[in-house]
Design a protein around this ligand. Sequence first.
Ligand code: SAM
Length: 342
Amino acid sequence: MAISITDRFGRPLSSLRVSVTDRCNLRCHYCMPEPDYAWLPRETLLSFEEIAAITRGFVSVGVDRVRITGGEPLLRRDLPTLVAQLAALPGVRDLALTTNGVLLADKAAALRQAGLHRITVSLDTLHRRRFEALTRFDAHAAVLAGIDAASRAGFESLKLDTVIMRGTNDDELVELIEYARGVGAEIRFIEYMDVGGATRWRRDAVLSQHEMLQILGAHYGPITPLGGRGSAPADRFALPDGTTFGIIASTSQPFCEDCDRSRLTADGVWLMCLYASAGTDLRRPLRAGATRDDLVHLIRTVWSQRADRGAEERLGLATREPLIPLAALKKNAHLEMHTRGG
Ligand code: SAM
């Protein structure tokens, strides 16, 4: 039986995002715009057994939702094996995966069979040439095929995540909602965030939740807020015909006060916040022979000290520029969004 813990603001630890690789097969200009990157050394990457052992520790303190992410998680060989190991952990009530979909067409059924409950595919545009300009790869057809395979694989839910940027894809809100409806997915529009990696972030490229709702309301008519967000990042809304969608307004309306999430990088660094400047290394103690009780003790101690509210602190800044200067980013892979997972 898990005994849950809270941080300094009374927030529980319920959700863990596990990055399984820092590598990606796309170069989205809001996440990995640079020509080259420093990668995590291969020997530091956690094995599936190590990921499962650490996750088991988190489950003992109340984590019941686990999301596999990256980098691009489908680049990690034999991922269904990890899915099966995590799905078998008593206490994991919700096991989800976030992917860019490029390699999904051949893998969706195996992931579902291995026990994955839910899947989220990132899709920023419905236009092939625009996709190529945004990601530097001509892989749009592969992503659409991946979404199609996921919609047939019988997941408990299929979501699409779209980062909306002014002047890039803000003319596609309606088209994307219609596409999502057609494939049986719920779409979530994400405000462009000034996270590490987003070295080209500019405040004026952010389309706020308010502006998104204005555009959608002008097209569809009155939009109803659904409320009941709880600790989930997305505010949900319904169109007049009942179609639902979400908006993740982390930039204009941060939700740190409800944040019960933390992140494990592929090399075992545990981060309290997407904006954190450093984390706690869980790989070293594990490889040095720490028992589950030792790990649980460490997790409890660190979480009980947590006071992070990165997105709210960013909102309070008078001038807002990319979070990490490029020179600092190049020296420390752990500051990158593709290392931390989204
Ligand atoms: N490769 C996988 C994918 O594309 O879904 C998982 C990792 S990716 C870092 C996770 C999510 O973070 C994606 O939906 C991506 O769009 C989002 N993301 C990355 N940089 C972002 C930024 N600057 N602002 C908002 N969302 C961002």
